[in-house]
Design a protein around this ligand. Structure first.
Ligand SMILES: *[C@@H]1O[C@H](CO)[C@@H](O)[C@H](O)[C@H]1NC(C)=O
Ligand SMILES: *[C@@H]1O[C@H](CO)[C@@H](O)[C@H](O)[C@H]1NC(C)=O
Ligand SMILES: *[C@@H]1O[C@H](CO)[C@@H](O)[C@H](O)[C@H]1NC(C)=O
Length: 648
């Protein structure tokens, strides 16, 4: 009798393992179009072994918005009670049931335990399988594509069995596994082989710092006569114009407790002699001042490549960011990525939050840079992972089109912005410079691909993530003064704005968006943009983006873009933080629930003229109240300080 029990248990165990759990397959991820430059080559060799990686879903992630509102909504009793990094990590790590479910499913389907590995952070389950096994597990087919420009590169992607290849790329998971998996690699993400810097623009997220890639400022050339007077702010924006426009008269009191960070992606770099030239003309307190450079993943302020395409962005961001917070408040420069691979937003986020490195399976190796850099001449150090302290306010003047990235990729990164908000960090991104079109003037085609002849609006990311603050652009209207209302920027660039195709309308924005549609319903159908009134609208606010005088390579140039607007708003919010820190309060953290609240009515200068044309349309129009061109309007600094000092 004693020996029977173990035998029965063993038999049951075998029975369970041999009988796969039956649940129907459903579509998990789909890529709407093959990126330009890739051509179908052949069906993939069925016997080849691939490392199939499953990014596991996080615990409690569905509650992240609730948690964020709890500490950042001004009406919440917990306003300002920011979380520690440890609490964030503990709350959202994948739980053991998730790891076990994916493991069990693989075992049931004939992948023996020796081929399955769970990463130490429990972020990923990895399985060494043949292509034939992967095709069965994911109900899909693997094909090889060639990258035409680089000739020899081949890669794996998935093509929908029932679709017309290669227009629809997708894979499937059983219904009982789906809730445990965010995404699987390699699948619909093109495995763009890491290219050296000068063969550059492979369409992956890490090429964000390449000249003319993504959001970058525009210039109309060098300035003849410099104006120092306020009456010419319609022709040249200088710090004195911005101070007048936004009531920015303030001297920092709590600089040692405060911080302001500006992110730049190599090879973008500032030039010290240009900072000096700007200081001499417009900000004498900054003579001899430099940003505090924090190098991430081998980031260096390179001096090999010069010109507007390499120095314009960094010089603009730092000259205005540093000048507006004054020399009393040091500015941190997060210089991200080496010269060979570059970096993506995910590489930066890994550096400032170690929990993100493994969050939902970690970065996407086909989109984000890998460190140590495997390429000759690349950065050989370890990837920065939680090694850098995030500043209270972080401004980034780079961006993607939402459509450049899959919904799973943007969702993972967006959740990270919520986590930073929980930790009390204010995250600002410029909203793009092409109005309702995407970077480069690209619009969406019906199949989701992007082209200049597309007719559907193409919103930017990360601005479309509801947990960042998206910054649009305004202008001093021609022949107007700083005492008159600004309009939406309609010189050289148009303020990025519209409605997300990936993210739903957040609760904090609902009243503003409802009111916009009720009173100013735009004349476009659902074929042109997501007009459901239930998707995230952007930008949230705006600041001047036209005619900036910037010292670049020894001369002053006129510069345009939401690239300018974001560091200006960052400086203003940094000074709001200073006022709060000086009286012993916490930094303002994630600002959106606050700035949309009734209590902050009047804290922004409402912009009611101009539009953001694009995609062959006039775009949206700036109207009273929030609009998808200039958001709530431009900051009124004295009002913002007064209102934020009233909050706990
Ligand atoms: C501006 O800076 C340049 C270069 O440093 C200098 O030669 C010039 O005198 C300055 N102009 C004014 C008006 O300060
Ligand atoms: C601004 O004023 C100038 C000179 O008076 C004039 O030539 C120009 O047409 C005006 N521009 C606008 C937009 O009113
Ligand atoms: C519009 O956005 C909402 C909210 O994100 C989404 O549920 C809906 O599917 C979207 N509609 C279209 C046509 O994309």
């Amino acid at each position: 009798m004693r020996s029977l029990l173990p035998f029965v248990l063993l038999a049951l165990g075998v029975l369970v393992a041999a009988e796969p759990t039956l649940s129907p397959y459903t579509l998990h991820e789909r890529r709407s179009a093959v990126p330009e430059g890739w051509a179908w080559h052949d069906k993939h060799d069925a016997d080849a072994v691939v490392p199939l990686r499953f990014a596991l879903t996080q615990n409690n992630i569905a509650d992240i918005e609730k948690h964020l509102m709890d500490i950042s909504h001004p009406d919440s009793p917990n306003y300002g009670q920011h979380w520690t990094a440890g609490k964030v990590l503990q709350t959202f790590a994948p739980n053991d049931d998730t790891v076990a479910a994916v493991r069990m499913w693989l075992l049931e389907n004939g992948v023996d335990g020796e081929r399955i590995r769970v990463t130490p952070t429990k972020g990923w389950v990895e399985a060494k399988v043949t292509v034939a096994e992967a095709e069965r597990l994911l109900q899909t087919e693997y094909h090889v594509y060639n990258h035409e420009a680089s000739g020899t590169k081949t890669l794996l992607i998935v093509v929908l069995i029932t679709g017309t290849p290669p227009a629809c790329d997708s894979y499937h998971l059983p219904a009982h596994i789906q809730p445990h998996v965010d995404f699987v690699t390699p699948t619909v993400h093109f495995d763009a082989v890491i290219a050296p810097r000068d063969t550059s623009d492979d369409g992956s997220a890490r090429t964000i710092g390449q000249p003319n890639h993504g959001v970058y400022p525009k210039t109309t050339g060098t300035v003849g006569t410099l104006f120092q007077e306020l009456e010419h702010c319609d022709q040249q924006i200088t710090p004195v114009c911005l101070r007048a426009l936004y009531g920015l008269v303030y001297s920092p009191l709590a600089a040692s407790k405060n911080s302001y960070g500006i992110v730049e992606y190599t090879p973008q770099a500032y030039v010290q002699s240009d900072l000096e030239m700007f200081a001499q003309n417009f900000s004498s307190d900054l003579a001899g001042a430099s940003p505090q450079v924090v190098s991430i993943d081998g980031g260096e302020v390179q001096t090999t490549y010069k010109g507007f395409g390499y120095n314009g962005e960094s010089n603009l961001d730092l000259q205005y960011g540093m000048s507006l917070v004054t020399a009393k408040q040091p500015v941190t420069l997060y210089q991200t990525g080496d010269m060979i691979e570059g970096a993506s937003f995910n590489n930066f986020l890994d550096a400032i939050d170690g929990s993100y490195c493994s969050f939902e399976g970690g970065d996407d190796p086909t989109q984000d840079a890998a460190y140590p850099d495997p390429n000759a001449g690349g950065y050989t150090g370890k990837e920065d992972c939680g090694t850098v302290k995030p500043a209270n306010v972080i401004s980034t003047s780079y961006g993607y089109n939402e459509a450049d990235l899959t919904p799973a990729y943007t969702a993972r990164q967006c959740a990270e912005y919520a986590k930073l908000g929980l930790m009390g960090v204010t995250v600002l991104y410029s909203s793009g410079d092409y109005g309702v079109a995407g970077n480069g003037g690209l619009c969406l085609n019906a199949d989701g691909s992007q082209s200049s002849s597309g007719t559907r609006f193409n919103p930017t990311f990360p601005g479309s993530c509801p947990y960042v603050t998206s910054v649009g652009a305004t202008q001093v209207n021609p022949n107007s003064t700083v005492l008159e209302p600004e309009g939406a920027c309609e010189q050289v660039i148009y303020s990025g704005g519209g409605f997300s195709n990936h993210f739903a309308l957040p609760a904090y924005q609902k009243a503003a968006v409802d009111s916009y549609f009720a009173n100013h319903n735009p004349p476009y159908s659902g074929a042109v943009y997501n007009n459901s009134r239930t998707s995230r609208g952007l930008p949230d606010l705006s600041a001047n983006g036209a005619n900036y005088v910037v010292a670049i390579d020894g001369a002053f140039s006129l510069v345009f873009g939401t690239s300018a607007s974001s560091p200006v708003v960052g400086a203003i919010l940094t000074l709001v933080n200073d006022a709060r820190l000086a009286v012993g309060k916490k930094p303002i953290g994630f600002v959106n629930p606050t700035i949309y609240s009734d209590a902050f009515g009047g804290a922004f200068n409402d912009i009611t003229s101009g539009g953001n044309q694009g995609c062959g349309t006039a775009g949206f129009t700036a109207v009273p109240g929030w609009d998808p061109v200039t958001g709530l309007g431009t900051p009124n600094f004295p009002q913002l300080v007064a209102k934020w000092l009233l909050l706990p």
